[in-house]
Design a binder for this molecule. Structure first.
Ligand code: FPP
Length: 259
């Protein structure tokens, strides 16, 4: 067995933070109470990601489909994002965290957009954890938009995987190694469809407000022990390695079969 190289370790974790509404309703509270309690968990998870020296943490905070929710719920989610950014600004900067929001933030209140833009600018050179909030985000829109950017600048030229990746909302985000969904449902909900192609998946019954840094750590440790093969028979290899080996083998086998 080949020892896992840096390329096959769990370095980028993405989380679908689900179950807030059900958590609150079970306790006879309104759904928004679940979001309020859920927002308090976010900083603990960011801290754990940082302590574990993960390279990236991407959190699904508001999808394009979430715009269909009642006005009050949408308003509260906007307010929680703003509150989080104001509260955590110092720890983001001091913690060498590179912060970004991916999604269409054009329709957010101007004051929130300014806070986002300022923090993105002030943390742009950070070299530690890449913390990204997917907000007003939908993966199909992201992919179509990347293709449209390509078509506009390169009419009639075929697009490659790298060309598409380079035109995603956060081009240097990288592939997701582990996608966690809380709340008990087992679906992807239009989140990072391109980036999770080779991701490990983990679904926990825990509703987001009850999720903890301990459970997060246990999941990362557990999944780190899984054998990742990226389509090859060799364990501990990386996607880059298997792609190169596959290309070499394909050429060799084609030549051999032709002769
Ligand atoms: C899904 O739960 C969760 C969301 C739509 C929003 C996630 C938001 C937070 C965790 C709080 C916001 C925090 C920040 C810092 C932006 P759901 O309401 O769909 O739950 P349900 O499946 O039980 O109905």
């Amino acid at each position: 067995m080949i020892t896992c190289t840096e390329d096959c370790e769990i370095q980028h974790v993405a989380i679908i933070m689900d179950g807030n509404g059900r958590w609150a309703q079970k306790r006879s509270h309104s759904r928004v109470w679940g979001h309020i309690r859920g927002s308090k968990v976010v900083s603990d998870i960011v801290q754990e990601a940082k302590d574990r020296k993960l390279k990236a943490l991407t959190l699904y905070a508001f999808s394009t489909e979430n715009w269909s929710r009642p006005y009050l719920e949408v308003k509260i989610l906007f307010a929680l994002l703003k509150k989080f950014l104001l509260q955590e600004r110092k720890s983001v900067i001091d913690g060498n965290i590179r912060f970004k929001v991916m999604g269409n933030i054009a329709d957010l209140p101007d004051s929130t957009k300014k806070i986002i833009n300022d923090l993105e600018k002030d943390s742009a050179d950070a070299t530690g954890l890449k913390l990204t909030f997917a907000f007003s985000y939908g993966s199909r829109t992201e992919i179509v938009s990347a293709i449209n950017k390509w078509i506009t600048t390169h009419p009639g030229v075929e697009i490659t995987q790298k060309d598409l990746t380079d035109r995603l909302l956060v081009p240097d985000l990288g592939d997701v190694d582990l996608l966690i969904r809380t709340g008990g449902d087992q679906r992807i909900s239009n989140f990072l469809l391109w980036q999770i192609a080779y991701s490990e998946l983990f679904f926990t019954q825990t509703k987001w407000p009850d999720f903890s840094s301990e459970e997060f750590g246990r999941i990362v440790d557990y999944v780190s022990k899984r054998e990742r093969r990226f389509g090859s028979t060799i364990s501990g290899t990386s996607l880059k390695d298997t792609t190169q080996i596959a290309e070499k083998n394909r050429k060799f086998i084609q030549t051999t079969l032709r002769s």
